[in-house]
Design a protein around this ligand. Structure first.
Ligand code: CTP
Ligand code: MG
Length: 389
């Protein structure tokens, strides 16, 4: 998609996650409940943060839930936290006030944390609409016969063709939405921002919604997921050795390290990432690195080993799992690992989409004993702990 407007447009997002989730019947507020092993609010937050046209993410939460949110968004960067209010509209209003203090915002997208499965395409559709109109909402047609009910009895059949189901995110011109919220009578309940925007006399375009964006509301919505995704802890172990030879580059933990010799092997021979890959594959019960990337296959010649790690992560994610933490040991006499340790942790944390405190890199010598002691090669060990079906 190309921008017709070359000016810098700031598109901010507010995720409202300050509800109680009462109808879900869960003990935790539903936005922190695990879906496929990840807290619900994490899904849409991650999608927004990764979308190239989104400038800044604001997450509105209940006071006291700071730590819950921090853990839920562990490893994700650059979001702001705002304290919400007693109703959804109040939470949005507080979000808007916070955004207003941060400079000029062109567009604002308001999203319910309770709709986790958001696609890039949905964000693109809304932003494309905002180049033509000042408000846009995703809608889906109704397919059931629709009736009104009074006192427990069927009343009237409504015209299904005139009725649409409204989702979030909803996208608006920031100033116009702020103005609309100011004009709205706070005593009237609003279940979305479209109605508030419309009541202020603005037009709203509709874009095609997405069934996958469904809102998790009642216990029934969660029943499926909790039954399907009963999580258990699974650990894996990895070990690898490569020979140290003259004339090779030395790669360790995704870092190129200056040394008089380097590791020999088919790929970049990053022994630490190979041990890690095996630990991850081991946790998933998915064989070992040689099964997936055979040394006989020329396409892996000089391959950068972060590919192997990322593949192993995708295997875990496809099983609905996620990584809890990894711990590794490099075994060699030289080079000294300590000066590179933090950079390695940072690299690996990025490959795994984890916060750095969940990634440990250690090093030891073998007191000059054995092949590592004689400097003939470098060995590495890794352990990964995951949560999976
Ligand atoms: N929300 C909010 N502040 C409130 C109420 C709701 O930020 N005071 C948010 C919720 O966290 C949710 C979204 O608005 O992401 C949609 O609301 P809803 O689905 O009704 O969630 P809850 O209010 O949490 O659930 P319930 O009504 O069952 O208590
Ligand atoms: Mg509610």
């Amino acid at each position: 998609m190309t921008d017709s407007n070359p000016q810098i447009v700031r598109n901010d997002v507010i995720i409202v996650a300050a509800g109680q989730g009462e109808r879900s019947g869960l003990r935790l507020p539903k936005q922190y409940a695990l879906l496929k092993g990840r807290p619900m609010v994490r899904y849409s937050a991650k999608t927004f943060l990764e979308h190239p046209k989104i400038s800044k993410l604001w997450v509105v939460i209940q006071p006291g839930h700071e730590l819950l949110l921090k853990n839920a968004l562990d490893g994700l960067k650059d979001y702001e936290v705002v304290m919400g209010g007693a109703t959804r509209q109040e939470s949005v209003r507080k979000g808007l006030s916070a955004v207003a203090t941060s400079g000029d915002v062109t567009n604002i997208l308001i999203h319910d944390a309770a709709r986790p499965f958001l696609s890039f395409q949905m964000i693109d559709r809304l932003l494309a609409s905002l180049t033509r109109v000042e408000g846009a909402i995703p809608v889906l047609p109704t397919t059931d016969t629709m009736i009104s009910v009074t006192d427990g009895y069927a009343e009237q059949t409504l015209d299904r063709d005139a009725l649409w189901r409204v989702q979030t995110p909803q996208a608006f011109n920031f100033k116009k939405l702020t103005q609309a919220h100011k004009q709205w009578n706070a005593d009237n309940r609003a279940t979305d921002d479209g109605q508030i925007f419309k009541a202020a006399g603005n037009r709203i375009a509709i874009v095609e919604g997405d069934e996958a964006l469904k809102k998790y509301t009642t216990a029934n919505d969660f029943k499926d997921t909790s039954e399907r995704y009963e999580m258990v802890t699974r650990s894996g172990i990895g070990f690898d050795v490569h020979q140290l030879v003259a004339g090779e580059e030395l790669w360790l933990g995704g870092l190129r390290i200056d040394h008089d010799r380097g590791l020999a092997g088919h790929s970049d021979a990053d022994v630490l990432l190979h041990a890690l890959t095996d630990a991850l594959l081991g946790a998933a019960g998915a064989g070992d690195i040689g099964d997936h990337f055979p040394p006989s296959d020329p396409q892996w010649r000089n391959a950068s080993s972060d590919k192997f790690v990322k593949f192993a992560v995708s295997v875990i994610n496809e099983k609905g799992g996620h990584i809890n933490n990894v711990d590794m040991t490099v075994i060699c006499e030289a080079p000294k690992i300590k000066p590179y340790r933090e950079a390695m942790r940072k690299n690996i944390a990025e490959m795994l989409d984890l916060s750095i405190d969940r990634v440990s890199v250690k090093a030891t010598t073998t007191e000059r004993l054995g092949f590592t002691g004689r400097g003939e090669g470098i060995a590495a060990q890794a352990v990964a702990t995951t949560v999976m079906e």
